[in-house]
Design a binder for this molecule. Structure first.
Ligand SMILES: *[C@@H]1O[C@H](CO)[C@@H](O)[C@H](O)[C@H]1NC(C)=O
Ligand SMILES: *[C@@H]1O[C@H](CO)[C@@H](O)[C@H](O)[C@H]1NC(C)=O
Length: 430
């Protein structure tokens, strides 16, 4: 009997520590490029290929802008959108968002008129109606300011966000922004305190940071400055982008670090492969993703692990992810990318800095068919485990089960123990 108070205190503190850790669990925001459903053969990635338990947020990308403006149905995309929102019935904790403002949207006259012009309140209202009609939880505003231009007006950007925030007030929809990693462009384009006040989180596009038209092959998403970089060039990495946004006063808990599931490729002009490597131009398009200078992770791992016509080299200090180069020369192909090891390393970086989480571009480029033999979705699953998103979903399975057999209780206790071990390891990173 005398032990009861002690036991109660222990039990209560266990519950509290669990709650405390859960509320601090990072986000894992996953972009779903709906255009990937048009890829051929093994490249085709549809809603059916999405595992609803690996991410905390899923963002549907592209093709919806015009139907928001016209208040119409999204045409041929309608069945895809309907299937996408049904993922929530599999995992009720999942947040489903819609991305608006890609390059395709941005270049249309409709966009200028409705988003950047005086129609923006109407646009925001239509967007809220669209989210409600399909059952989305929020909107990711992706203004593609990836170049410097006098048109990058911080006031205009804030006006659009304000209109969206106002339109979302009654429903409480989430609002996020996807922003460039380029700091000189950011300096011209963003009003940081206002963005901080208006959005739930910021998706830092801390990848694609190299220019494939330049005759220099380099990793497109380094974590830190590399030894060979001179000052000035050295701002082109994840840690520098993160520090920049923190220094601008944006809450660390709102910042999601962009992690690529693709590599950037070049054709080299010599056999020397150490970055920066001399290049003739962008590498050839991949057989399934069909884009010059870019390869999906599954196209890269096929070369390295299945066909073995590429050799991968990992940087020991992990200042950047691996590079892989074709063994065939001349005309050596070179690609810089993030593998499982690097994705876990970046996940630990996010935990150590107590950042909001990760955002991945995009889940259709992971090895979702296990063509390379490391399991299904090796990048996403590793990141999800590192950020403890998978652990949370296991807990969801248990509490959703009506079964109260001794096995269930035992399983529950085991899971609680595992969670505690996970969380205490998490503390270690902090
Ligand atoms: C950032 O953008 C500016 C202007 O477009 C460009 O000159 C510069 O090279 C970019 N920086 C990086 C690191 O890509
Ligand atoms: C990378 O940037 C280029 C423009 O510099 C753009 O065309 C391409 O779509 C971007 N890729 C990704 C995956 O964001």
């Amino acid at each position: 009997m005398g032990h009861w108070p002690t036991l109660l205190v222990i039990a209560a503190s266990l519950v509290l520590s669990n709650i405390g850790s859960i509320s601090a669990t990072p986000r894992l925001v996953c972009y779903f490029n709906s255009g990937a459903s048009l890829r051929k053969g093994d490249g085709q990635f549809t809603v059916e290929n999405i595992d609803p338990f690996l991410c905390t947020h899923l963002i549907f990308v592209s093709g919806i802008f015009n139907s928001i403006v016209s208040k119409g149905e999204p045409g041929s995309l309608d069945p895809t959108v309907k299937k996408f929102v049904l993922l929530k019935s599999k995992n009720p904790k999942l947040k489903l968002m819609l991305s608006v403002g890609s390059w395709i949207d941005f270049q249309s006259a409709q966009y200028t008129e409705n988003v950047m012009g005086s129609n923006r309140a109407n646009f925001a209202h239509s967007a809220a109606q669209f989210l409600a009609r399909y059952g989305f939880d929020g909107l990711d505003f992706s203004w593609p300011w990836d170049f410097a231009s006098p048109a990058n007006d911080p006031k205009q950007f804030v006006r659009v966000l304000t209109a969206l925030k106002d339109a979302f007030k009654s429903s409480g929809y989430l609002l996020s922004v996807a922003v460039t990693a380029n700091q000189s462009i950011s300096e011209l384009s963003y009003d940081f305190p206002k963005i901080e006040a208006l959005v739930d989180f910021v998706n830092l596009k801390s990848y694609n940071m190299t220019d494939i038209s330049k005759s220099m092959a380099d990793h497109h998403a380094p974590l830190y400055t590399r030894k060979w970089e001179t000052s000035g060039v050295g701002s082109n990495n994840v840690d520098s982008v993160v520090s920049y946004w923190i220094n601008k006063g944006v809450s660390i808990s709102k910042l999601n670090v962009g992690i690529p599931f693709f590599g950037k490729s070049w054709t080299l002009s010599s056999d020397a492969y150490n970055p920066p490597a001399k290049a003739l131009g962008p590498g050839p398009a991949g057989p399934l993703t069909n884009t010059q200078g870019e390869l999906a992770f599954y196209e890269i791992c096929r070369h390295v692990r299945v066909e073995k016509d590429f050799k991968a080299v990992r940087s020991e200090s992990r200042l950047n992810g691996p590079i892989a180069y074709s063994l065939r020369t001349p005309g050596r192909i070179w690609v810089g990318y993030d593998d499982v090891d690097m994705v876990i390393h970046k996940g630990k970086y996010i935990l150590s800095k107590n950042l909001g989480g990760a955002v991945v571009w995009d889940i259709s480029m992971d090895d979702f068919r296990n063509t390379c033999g490391s399991g299904i979705n090796p990048l996403l699953a590793s990141l999800s485990r590192t950020l403890k998103v998978i652990g949370q979903n296991a807990e969801l399975y248990v509490s959703a089960s009506p079964d109260v057999s001794p096995h269930f209780i035992l399983a529950n206790m085991t899971i609680t123990m595992l969670l505690l071990i996970f969380y205490s390891r998490r503390m270690y990173y902090l």
